[in-house]
Design a protein around this ligand. Structure first.
Ligand SMILES: NC(=O)c1ccc[n+]([C@@H]2O[C@H](COP(=O)([O-])OP(=O)(O)OC[C@H]3O[C@@H](n4cnc5c(N)ncnc54)[C@H](O)[C@@H]3O)[C@@H](O)[C@H]2O)c1
Length: 247
């Protein structure tokens, strides 16, 4: 019960790592708002949590839309009295937008992966400040720390923006006792919206632990940063990649 009585919003909670985080948070006592554009899948995740004895509901949220953020956070505060935790997890992969030279693709990926984190963080921090503080965990990637020839430039740039914006937000909101940290997953099974879905077997020999990760392994890192166990940690980055960028 590491999040007992906490009120949490998990974006992109309908699938993948966000689903794992929502379920783990609920197992640890949090009331979870599963926020996503995928209504059927998001409702199913919330229902599964409730069936297991947890507390959850779905909220439709397009993370690129500031008015959506205002509504979802206001609804959470109205229903539960406060907001303690936000996980900015929703994202799209580089393969979703395709062509590396397409400016519209660059802009789309920056909007969904980076501008969304700015929109959500400032709205959530304002709500958290009113009830004495909270914790925000932003899901970046190892691709926000290193570059690559094959990765979409917009994906790299968006995740790097999340990494540094997290530190900036930590400085800005620290005096209101709002902690802001980033998590940097390495290779997991490819994202739902990726067109190159596969096992990523080619990455296994390049990873010191010789395997890809699981959503639950990332979720445990997010749980730690969201919990009071991390009460003196802000502006930090947690890499969860089996050692891939350690070499
Ligand atoms: N899978 C990986 O290998 C990997 C590695 C490093 C980082 N990440 C990051 O982790 C996060 C989750 O990745 P995943 O693999 O679980 O992805 P996923 O595709 O399985 O899930 C992403 C979720 O985000 C939601 N989403 C997309 N656009 C949205 C929008 N505009 N508003 C609200 N929700 C939206 C999707 O509907 C989906 O439920 C992403 O930020 C991703 O960039 C993934």
């Amino acid at each position: 019960m590491r999040l007992k009585s906490k009120i949490a919003i998990v974006t992109g909670g309908a699938h993948g790592m966000g689903e794992a985080e929502a379920k783990l948070f609920a197992e640890h006592g949090a009331t979870v708002v599963v926020a996503d554009v995928l209504e059927r899948e998001g409702e199913a995740v919330a229902a599964a949590i409730r069936q297991s004895g947890g507390q959850a509901r779905f909220a439709r949220l397009d993370v690129t839309d500031d008015a959506n953020w205002t509504r979802v956070i206001a609804d959470a505060v109205a229903a539960h009295g406060r907001l303690d935790i936000l996980v900015n997890n929703a994202g799209i992969s580089g393969s979703t937008v395709g062509d590396h030279d397409d400016v519209a693709g660059w802009q789309r990926i920056l909007a969904v992966n980076a501008t969304s984190v700015y929109l959500g963080t400032r709205r959530a921090a304002a709500a958290m400040a009113k009830s004495g503080g909270g914790a925000i965990v932003n899901i970046s990637s190892i691709m926000g720390i290193v570059g690559s020839a094959e990765g979409h430039p917009g994906y790299h740039a968006s995740k790097a923006a999340v990494r540094n914006y997290t530190k900036t937000a930590a400085c800005r909101y620290g005096p209101q006792r709002v902690r802001v940290n980033s998590v940097h997953p390495g290779y997991l099974p490819a994202m739902l919206n990726a067109t190159n879905a596969g096992t990523r077997a080619d990455k296994i020999p390049l990873t010191p632990l010789r395997r890809t990760g699981t959503p639950l392994e990332v979720a445990y890192g997010v749980l730690f940063l969201a919990s009071d166990e991390a009460s003196f940690i802000t502006g930090a980055e947690l890499v969860i990649d089996g050692g891939y960028i350690a070499q």
